[in-house]
Design a binder for this molecule. Structure first.
Ligand SMILES: Cc1cc2nc3c(=O)[nH]c(=O)nc-3n(C[C@H](O)[C@H](O)[C@H](O)COP(=O)(O)OP(=O)(O)OC[C@H]3O[C@@H](n4cnc5c(N)ncnc54)[C@H](O)[C@@H]3O)c2cc1C
Length: 375
């Protein structure tokens, strides 16, 4: 595989680097501060307006129609400049592209991609996380609308969202996987209560609980056919497990770079063990970058990785948590009133083995779907 830039790629890299020098919003370290989440919408819109978001998605829906190599270049440059990662929305876009009608795709995808319409994902419930098919939120048809009743939880960005991709039960007579449908639900209406949840690292802007009590959604906003919600959910979560889709490589490389700069300024302050933790995180982040390049290169050759997304998710988790350990080793916990940014990075890294499907569930999927082991 040739990792060098073609002339077209080199020109894009130079153009993006120059733009970034002027437009890096300088948000705080990822996922540690409400200011980071509050600034993400403006960052998304600014990337899109300048032609640097949705690079590999079709032009008809607001993408740039480029090959996924350009996403790798974008991530490289974001990491090098210490800029925030690109927003992770690929799972919503690809889920709607694959399962929504043309009308649904045309209605919703341009707004998601431009960042003009904010979205959240209402899948998990208090008693339905790993066992998502047990979800109990119901959608009952009344005329040409469905009425929603239920309780979603861990809904990222629910406080800012204009729309929610909701999974709800529309048929109670069939096996549980088959009775679920998916909807694009407008969030700003009576019958929806949003309760923010505070994370262990103090962030309150990332996620919340959403209570539906008589909220309404036009039947025309169903994504796919009645009963297709499970298939859509599987597409969405499989893309949610792909680091190439999420742009997380830039985040990890930005963090280890900051830590390396800190060590570079005062190397004698750090023991061999501390430096080894950082070295391991640097190696892991670089490994993930190469892995993502390989996956995207496979995609260019038309390879669909399917269940291998579970392997990617575990790799991504290992990297995030190696970066979290390095953050504590080098940055410290900032107790007694010191700077606790690195503690917050560490605490956030613990969530990676839960969000998008836990590591245990990924291992079950690898065992059954890739290795063919008995259940
Ligand atoms: C930061 C973050 C953001 C999130 N954002 C969203 C979002 O935007 N939208 C959304 O819908 N959800 C979101 N989630 C929820 C996430 O998808 C769920 O937390 C996850 O699927 C696990 O479900 P649960 O929390 O109910 O845990 P449970 O399913 O109750 O699992 C508890 C423990 O049991 C283990 N376990 C469960 N079943 C099995 C099994 N069969 N075999 C082996 N072990 C098992 C799990 O691995 C875990 O360790 C988010 C979560 C986090 C942490």
């Amino acid at each position: 595989m040739d990792f060098g830039d073609s002339p077209e790629e080199a020109a894009f890299r130079a153009r993006f680097r120059a733009w970034l020098a002027e437009n890096n919003p300088g948000l705080p370290t990822s996922s540690t501060d409400d200011e980071y989440w509050a600034g993400m919408a403006a960052w998304h819109q600014s990337l899109h307006r300048a032609g640097f978001f949705g690079l590999s998605w079709p032009t008809e829906i607001g993408g740039q129609g480029l090959s996924s190599v350009f996403d790798v270049i974008l991530d490289d440059e974001l990491a090098a400049a210490g800029a925030p990662p690109r927003p992770s929305l690929g799972y919503l876009v690809l889920g709607i592209l694959e399962h929504g009608s043309d009308e649904i795709a045309q209605r919703f995808l341009p707004g998601i991609i431009s960042g003009d319409e904010r979205w959240c994902q209402g899948f998990s419930e208090p008693d339905a996380g790993s066992d998502l098919a047990s979800l109990r939120t119901r959608a009952d048809l009344e005329g040409d609308e469905y009425v929603l009743t239920g309780h979603k939880v861990w809904t990222s960005y629910s406080d800012e969202a204009d729309w929610c991709m909701v999974l709800a039960r529309t048929d109670h007579e069939v096996p549980k996987h088959k009775g679920i449908s998916a909807f694009a639900v407008p969030m700003r209406q009576p019958g929806i209560e949003q309760r923010p949840l505070k994370m262990i690292n103090g962030v309150t802007k990332e996620f919340g609980e959403v209570i539906f009590d008589g909220a309404r959604v036009p039947a025309a906003n169903m994504i796919g056919e009645p009963g297709d919600g499970w298939r859509l959910a599987m597409t969405v979560v499989s893309h949610e497990r792909e680091p190439g889709e999420l742009g997380y490589v830039a985040r990890y490389r930005k963090l280890v770079r900051q830590l390396a700069e800190q060590v570079g300024q005062e190397p004698d302050r750090y023991s061999t063990d501390q430096q080894r933790e950082l070295a391991w995180a640097i190696v892991e982040s670089d490994m993930l970058r190469h892995h993502v390049c390989r996956r995207l290169s496979g995609r260019l050759d038309g390879i669909d990785h399917g269940s291998e997304g579970s392997v990617d998710k575990i790799l991504m988790t290992e990297v995030e948590q190696a970066v979290g350990h390095a953050s504590m080793a080098i940055g410290g916990a900032g107790v007694d009133g010191g700077d606790d940014t690195w503690l917050k990075v560490y605490l956030y890294s613990r969530a990676q083995s839960v969000m998008g499907g836990t590591s245990q569930i990924q291992r079950n999927l690898i065992a059954s779907r890739l290795l063919g082991l008995p259940r």
